[in-house]
Design a protein around this ligand. Structure first.
Ligand code: ZN
Length: 236
C-alpha cells in the first residue's frame, strides 16, 4: 500500500516537473490557434546549422534542450525577424551568457532564436520552431508564431555599434535564407506594447538600423548574382 502511495506521489511529481508551462501572461489578447500553413512541412531537422559565420563573426549553434519549457518545439512558418534588446547592462551579460541562461535555466518559458553581441552570434532555438519572445501569445501571424527572435546585447562591456552591424548582417542572411524581404524585419514593439529594442528606439536609430539591413541584404543578393554568373562561366 505504502509503495503504491509513493509511486502515485512520484508520478504526480514527475508530471508536474515535465509539464511544459504556458507562456507567461503578456499584453495583447491571444487569438484562436492559427491554421496550419498548408505548404510547410513539419521537419524538426531544419536548423540552419550550415551558417558558420556572418561577416567574419562566428555563429555558435547550441540549442535549448528539447524538454525545456523555453523550447515549445512546434514547427511553424517563418514570416518575420523580430528584433529585441536584452536590456541587461550588467558587465559580462554577453551572447554567451544569455545562451547559457536559455540552455540551463528552465524556470520560465521565455526564449528566442539568436543572441548577438559584438563578437559572437549564438543560435539558441531552431529557426522553424516557435519561441515565446514577442509577448503576443498565439496571435495569428504574430511574433511568437511566425517570427525569428533576435536579441541584441547591450551590456556595458559590449560594443553596441558592432552589435548593430553584426545583427544587421545576420538579419540580411536570414532574409535571403527564408526568401523574406527587408520589410519583414519587425521590432518587438510592433507585436506588443513594450519599448523594445529600447536603446535603438530611444536613440531614434530605428530607420538607420533598417537601412543597414537593407544595404547588407542588397549586397548579399548582388553577391548571389555574381556567384551564379561565376558558376555559369565555369561551366562553359
Ligand atoms: Zn524584446
Amino acid at each position: 500500500m505504502l509503495s503504491f502511495v509513493t509511486a502515485a506521489l512520484l508520478l504526480t511529481v514527475f508530471i508536474l516537473l515535465t509539464r511544459k508551462s504556458p507562456e507567461p501572461p503578456a499584453e495583447p489578447e491571444a487569438t484562436a490557434e492559427p491554421e496550419e500553413p498548408e505548404e510547410f512541412t513539419a521537419d524538426h531537422s531544419i536548423y540552419n546549422t550550415e551558417l558558420k559565420s556572418v561577416g567574419g563573426i562566428p555563429v555558435i549553434h547550441t540549442h535549448v534542450p528539447w524538454d525545456s519549457p523555453r523550447r515549445p518545439g512546434e514547427v511553424r512558418e517563418i514570416r518575420y525577424l523580430t528584433i529585441h534588446e536584452t536590456d541587461n547592462r550588467s558587465s559580462g551579460a554577453d551572447a554567451e551568457a544569455h545562451n547559457s541562461l536559455l540552455v540551463k535555466d528552465t524556470s520560465n518559458s521565455t526564449g528566442w532564436h539568436y543572441t548577438v553581441d559584438d563578437h559572437s552570434i549564438y543560435h539558441n532555438i531552431p529557426d522553424n520552431e516557435i519561441s515565446w519572445n514577442a509577448g503576443d501569445n498565439r496571435a495569428r501571424l504574430g511574433g511568437n508564431m511566425n517570427g525569428i527572435g533576435i536579441e541584441m546585447c547591450v551590456n556595458l562591456t559590449n560594443d553596441y555599434e558592432q552589435t548593430l552591424r553584426n545583427t544587421a548582417m545576420l538579419a540580411a542572411e536570414l532574409l535571403v535564407t527564408y526568401d523574406l524581404h527587408a520589410e519583414d524585419v519587425r521590432l518587438h514593439q510592433d507585436f506588443m506594447d513594450k519599448i523594445c529594442p529600447h536603446r535603438l528606439i530611444s536613440e531614434g536609430r530605428v530607420e538607420m538600423f533598417y537601412q543597414m539591413i537593407r544595404d547588407d541584404y542588397t549586397e548579399l543578393l548582388k553577391q548571389e548574382v555574381r556567384d551564379t554568373i561565376k558558376r555559369g562561366n565555369g561551366n562553359e
